[in-house]
Ligand binder design. Structure first.
Ligand SMILES: [Zn+2]
Length: 211
């Protein structure tokens, strides 16, 4: 969800810079940030929902198809499993042994896992919960540039939003690097670079329309 929060920071800060570049001040900037928070949060939640629901349906379809095939032609399915174990480097005898023991325990799970790489032990995903969390994370990220707009004096707004976005992106990079056990510097450079690029390009775009 840190990635979604980053998305909220970059998108909202970019919109604010663009509006500021076009000469918008005070309430217009607040409204721009607020609308980005709402629309962006909903768009991201919708995208995540579609993604998760599709994945869930694909997974259920695979399980259903394997169940059907096992009922229809168990012999052929067993041969398939043996062949897959042989392809992974087991000898013919051992492959047959492993396949029949796994099939005796839970034939459907064995096929779903070995043929399709899906684990039956994974809990089914919850698209709605994932979508809601993504939307909330985006809104929390968007709240940072929004707060910056609210507290900064009018002339300082573009600068304060810029700095607030960079600082918060640096902090989320620290969290991301800790979660992924990767190098902080690489994550931070990427993340801050995306933020700076977004804000500068948006500012330039808005400036084209400065009266
Ligand atoms: Zn099968």
């Amino acid at each position: 969800m840190v990635v979604e929060a980053n998305d909220g920071i970059v998108t909202t800060a970019g919109v604010v810079e663009g509006f500021a570049g076009a000469g918008a001040t005070g309430p217009s900037l607040v409204i721009a940030a607020l609308c980005t928070m709402v629309a962006g949060g909903i768009a991201l939640a919708g995208a995540r929902y579609a993604e998760e629901a599709a994945e869930r349906e694909a997974r259920l379809a695979v399980i259903e198809e394997e169940r059907r095939q096992l009922a229809l032609s168990p012999g052929q399915e067993m041969a398939e499993l043996v062949a897959l174990f042989e392809a992974r480097g087991l000898s013919a005898g051992l492959a047959r042994e492993v396949a029949s023991e796994l099939s005796a325990a839970d034939a459907l799970a064995a096929h779903v896992e070995v043929e399709h790489g899906l684990s039956m032990r994974d809990a089914p995903s919850a698209p709605l919960a994932i979508a809601a969390a993504a939307g909330v994370a985006f809104a929390l990220g968007a709240a940072i540039p929004l707060l910056a707009v609210l507290v900064a004096p009018d002339d300082w707004r573009p600068g304060v939003v810029f700095v607030a976005a960079i600082v918060s992106l640096a902090i989320t990079s620290l969290i991301l690097a800790k979660l992924g056990r990767t190098h902080v510097r690489g994550v931070m450079v990427r993340s801050v670079l995306v933020g700076v690029t977004g804000m500068v390009l948006s500012l330039a775009t808005g400036s084209l329309f400065h009266p």
